[in-house]
Design a protein around this ligand. Structure first.
Ligand code: X2X
Length: 342
């Protein structure tokens, strides 16, 4: 009928601007967004990246397609340049360790202060509390939108020479550290010979014996098969832990619709929670299966007693104090208060 025809015309007239708006928004979207990580699967870090990408695709009905680039390949493996590349637009999104971004954001060195955080509860008190919020506010002023905290983990020390139970045992050992100057100070204070290199260079250096040892979370020790690279002595000393931060570059973020921004945020929160759980699996009191598998690989595992740990803490106290000044005494104080409050 004529009435139906008019109704139809009216509807299509309404639909035209809506369609155009939809097309315009979609045209601004990239075909693919580049997500940078240091590690891919099967490391928790890479599993988390894959999961974030998958959830984004699902929650945006495919409007946002994310591809993960592990090995920090977008910066030729130089993980300490990741944050700069994010700001410059070479990288769209990242899940980055606070250690790798600390050369550009000095406050992120907080988590690398030796023996600041005794356990996972302390780490959570920081990332899930006021301190985490302050750090996100700070990151927000640096061209990125931080969305969620993930976890690399407590960094335990291994080497090919002998058991480490006291600072003296580190004397003269060549230890690979990540590219943050704080780590050079810590290992120098302990009498070791620290040498900075990227994760990509660390593995060959361990296998040829160019370095004697390294420090990394146990999930990495296992997945990278460090026992097969001669790392037969492992000490659980819990001196630092590095969280991961899920971020999107601000420019990219602003190009998305409100709806898609919220979808990406929700995906990050969910993927991060799963990633944190995975990074802790098998290394806790109620489930130490990962630790058992390390011992089964012929690795001699030492867990420091409280007294043994105090000796390391005392030896690194000057580093703690020096870096507190660089990080900001107020931020360190807030962290200590949050940890003490539980
Ligand atoms: O390079 C490392 O040691 C690693 C993989 O843990 C980080 O990226 C901080």
């Amino acid at each position: 009928s004529l009435k139906a025809l008019f109704a139809g015309l009216a509807l299509s007239a309404l639909a035209v601007p809506a369609l155009l708006a939809g097309t315009a928004a979609a045209a601004d979207y990239k075909a693919e967004y580049k997500l940078s990580t240091v590690l891919g699967k099967p490391f928790p870090w890479g599993v988390g990246g894959d999961r974030w990408a998958e959830l984004i695709k699902e929650k945006t009905q495919g409007r946002i397609v994310v591809k993960m680039y592990p090995g920090t390949s977008l910066v030729n493996g130089d993980q300490t340049k990741e944050f700069t590349a994010l700001r410059q637009g070479t990288i769209d999104m990242a899940i980055g360790s606070t250690i790798n971004w600390s050369p550009q954001v000095k406050e992120l060195n907080l988590f690398s202060l030796p023996f600041l955080m005794p356990d996972h509860k302390a780490l959570d008190a920081l990332t899930q509390g006021e301190v985490g919020k302050k750090l996100f506010d700070l990151l927000s002023t640096k061209d990125v939108v931080p969305l969620a905290w993930g976890e690399n983990g407590f960094r335990e020390i291994s080497n090919s020479k002998h058991a480490i139970k006291a600072p003296e045992d580190l004397k003269g050992l060549k230890i690979r550290v990540v590219g943050s100057p704080l780590y050079l100070d810590t290992f120098t204070a302990l009498g070791a010979n620290p040498t900075q290199m990227s994760w990509a260079d660390a593995q060959p250096a361990l296998s040829t014996g160019a370095v004697d040892g390294q420090e990394n979370p146990l999930t990495i020790f296992v997945a990278a098969k460090l026992a097969t690279l001669g790392q037969k002595h492992l000490t659980l000393w819990g001196y630092v832990a590095d969280p991961l931060v899920f971020v999107v570059s601000k420019e990219v973020w602003n190009s998305w619709s409100k709806e898609d921004q919220e979808a990406v945020r929700a995906a990050a929160v969910q993927a991060a929670a799963e990633e944190v759980a995975l990074s802790r699996k098998g290394i806790t009191a109620d489930d130490d299966s990962l630790l058992k598998s390390i011992a089964d690989q012929g690795v001699d595992v030492v867990r420091l007693t409280a007294d043994q740990q105090k000796a390391f803490q005392a030896a690194t106290k000057p580093v703690f104090d020096k870096w507190t000044k660089q990080i900001g005494p107020d931020l360190v104080k807030s962290a200590e208060t949050a940890i003490a409050a539980g």
